[in-house]
Design a protein around this ligand. Structure first.
Ligand code: FMN
Length: 458
């Protein structure tokens, strides 16, 4: 596969090389060594960004322990801090020797965290070209000014003026309007160091998960969001600050104001902040205790997926151990999961969930496994190479919701790419040449690694 570029980062071969097979994963990955093609030319890309500009940094206020509607918009310092921290902040420190120490609010393959989250303040009230761009730095719980328009529409820190004394980012002084966008970009190189040409697939999945995270946390804060995947808008929002091929535009959400009082509230668990702090993907090998999940897991999955940022996906759930739900194949319809076939799905799970001919995780002890599918055929016809980004955003956002629902019931959710896409299509009876599975998420009573995870407090 050839190198990607900024305007067209997703070659069409990715479907065959990274979704229908895992040919693009380098053999070095098994040993955790650098991918041969990525190691040589570029200096090691740190898993955590360190090279942010120092001179214009804005400390964020301490994130709250609870997420509640604040009645204020995203320019409010406490709303902004809570939104960023619980969407993509550093939430756990794992001190297990040899492990991956830093864990954020969303899952990431081998904790590489290639996604970046930036606050974009448009130059014109109804436009998308940025006046100022601030990058979220989760390690220091700060924003760093990354870019400002040269025409003087925004002075230094225009969107955050009022920072000063207490160090908190505050309401824009004389900003052009109240529109704020959170823009998701991805540094493929960070993941490519381990995964080589497979990186764009993981980066696209993770961008979607991050979009789902922002959407959910914003709702808990009482904000109205408009998640977006339109390519032209995205490229306008990224104008002037994503040069070269280092960082790829992936998706955005417009976060414009506090929602109207009485507006319908999407699915939210009662203590979302605590749930997000507890969310995890289990230990290196996913081998949960064979414990039945509560019936409410399916109720919550149904409601959460109905409130996903984008609706054009389907969720197939293979249930083994859920109280009150006979084992079988369920499909998400409306706000519920409905049984389409009864019977133990273990043989299906072990045929679908394979990595190079071996079963990927202990499906014998999972509670259930979700498969998120999209309409790949129609998307390719409509968007060409950009379909890859678009449909991964859709499925990724839903996958994050699945992981949050699991955490809300004290369970672990493991996104695992060790599955055979063609077998999944056949056994789940997806529409031939149209639907494709993009996520396999196993849910079970698995603990995190070794037990040294500490909450991070700012
Ligand atoms: C897109 C994606 C793909 C993943 N693929 C695999 C996989 O193939 N095998 C595996 O064991 N874990 C996989 N993981 C799990 C991650 O390694 C795990 O989420 C990471 O260790 C972060 O842990 P945490 O969610 O507990 O913070 C994947 C995660 C993501 C987000």
């Amino acid at each position: 596969m050839t190198a990607t570029n900024h305007r067209s980062p997703f070659p069409l071969e990715l479907w065959s090389e990274a979704v229908y097979s895992r040919r693009s994963i380098p053999a070095t990955l098994a040993a955790g060594a650098y991918a041969p093609e990525a190691a040589a030319p570029a200096p090691a890309e740190p898993a955590v960004p360190v090279a942010l500009p120092d001179e214009r940094r804005f400390p964020l206020v301490a994130p709250p322990l609870r997420l509640r509607p604040a009645g204020a918009g995203p320019a409010d310092p406490s709303v902004l801090a809570a939104l960023l921290h619980y969407s993509y902040g550093l939430l756990q420190h794992d001190l297990t020797p040899g492990g991956w120490p830093l864990h954020r609010a969303v899952a990431s393959a081998r904790c590489r965290y290639p996604s970046e989250l930036s606050l974009v303040v448009p130059a014109a009230a109804d436009g998308h070209r940025p006046a100022a761009v601030y990058r979220f730095d989760p390690v220091h719980h700060q924003l760093a000014l990354l870019h400002r328009a040269v025409d003087g529409t925004a002075a230094d820190g225009a969107a955050l003026d009022g920072t000063a004394a207490d160090g908190a980012a505050a309401e824009p002084a004389g900003g052009p309007g109240s529109a704020r966008f959170l823009v998701i970009t991805s540094r493929f190189a960070r993941t490519a160091q381990l995964y080589g040409d497979y990186a764009p697939r993981l980066c696209a999945q993770e961008a979607g998960m991050l979009l789902g995270a922002v959407h959910l946390v914003a709702a808990a804060l009482g904000l109205r969001t408009r998640p977006g995947r339109d390519r032209e808008t995205l490229l306008e929002l990224c104008d002037g600050w994503t040069p070269g091929e280092a960082e790829h535009p992936m998706g955005y959400l417009e976060i414009d104001s506090a929602a109207e009082p009485g507006a319908p509230v999407p699915w939210l668990p009662p203590e979302l902040a605590a749930v997000l702090r507890a969310r995890h993907s289990g230990a290196a090998i996913f081998d949960p205790a064979p414990v039945a999940a509560p019936a409410a897991l399916l109720v919550d999955l149904g409601a959460a997926l109905a409130a996903a940022p984008f609706a054009d996906f389907s969720c197939h759930l293979l249930v083994r151990r859920v109280t009150g739900a006979p084992p079988g194949h369920y499909v998400h319809t409306g706000e519920r999961l409905e049984s389409v076939r009864a019977g133990d799905p273990l043989p299906m799970l072990e045929q679908i969930g394979q990595t190079e001919g071996r079963v990927s995780l202990n499906f014998r002890s999972v509670a259930c496994t979700a498969y998120l599918a999209v309409r790949r055929g129609s998307a390719l016809a409509r968007f060409g190479a950009d379909a890859f980004r678009q449909v991964h955003l859709v499925a990724g956002a839903a996958a994050h919701l699945v992981s949050v629902v699991a955490a809300r019931h004290g369970l672990s959710a493991r996104v695992h790419n060790g599955y055979d896409a063609a077998t999944a299509e056949r056994l789940l009876q997806l529409a031939p040449d149209e639907e494709t599975v993009l996520f396999q998420v196993a849910i079970g009573a698995a603990g995190p690694a070794a037990g040294f995870r500490l909450p991070v407090v700012f």
